[in-house]
Design a protein around this ligand. Sequence first.
Ligand code: OAD
Length: 233
Amino acid sequence: MRKQRLVVFSGAGVSAESGLRTFRDADGLWEQYPIEEVATPEAWQRDPRKVLHFYDLRRAQVLAALPNAAHRAIADLEEWFEVDVVTQNIDDLHERAGSSRVMHLHGEITLARSTVDPTFVTPVNGPSLRWGDRCPLGSQLRPHIVWFGEPVPMIEAAAERIAKADLLVVVGTSLQVYPAAGLVHYLHPAAALHLVDPMDPPSGMARARHWKQKASAGMPALASHLISALSDR
Ligand code: OAD
């Protein structure tokens, strides 16, 4: 029998218990750093050093963070399911926990890219990407992040994966940012839908089975449930 296709669609909440702040919870990142000052192309034009500094702080925290029980439970599901992780997160904690197929919708903090040739992407060595760090064509390197107002290059590939999924697990996202938030609508009506989040479900998730817990508890519980349901098939 073929393995069932399971997509995990994750957001900042899955990394919260690894010490990485979410964006919109109380004390979220966007409260301290307004989006228009650090996460738009206009912010980069106006004050690139400020933008670099904001992402340097994020990178330093990611490098110091470790995957938690939720990332590990997701990675372990690969033994039982064909798993794709579609994440809005820019950290690499899914990969470090052992997930082998991870699609980063909003970019990756450990990478930089050229400002004249978007195909030139290079690792950032250490926590800092500096003003004056240049690509081979001589342009300033920018964080490899999708800013507000920019297209999301992976969105179609992600929609395809979700459309083919037998199960979708949505974990730790407020589903407030489009086009990513619209991905859940690609799920086939007959496919199973689970939500892991300690808060009430956002609109559009009414049919989901809600595991109203933090990810480090809810994700292992859901994984056990999914694995034991396999033996009933
Ligand atoms: P948000 O900060 O909008 O939402 C975080 C979600 O995680 C909320 O639903 C919380 O209830 C939930 N949460 C908090 N702690 C949790 C925990 N321990 N376990 C499980 N869930 C928990 O973050 P995202 O939805 O990821 O984009 O935000 C989406 C995008 O908006 C981000 O990728 C980023 C941001 O602006 C860009 O920067 C382009």
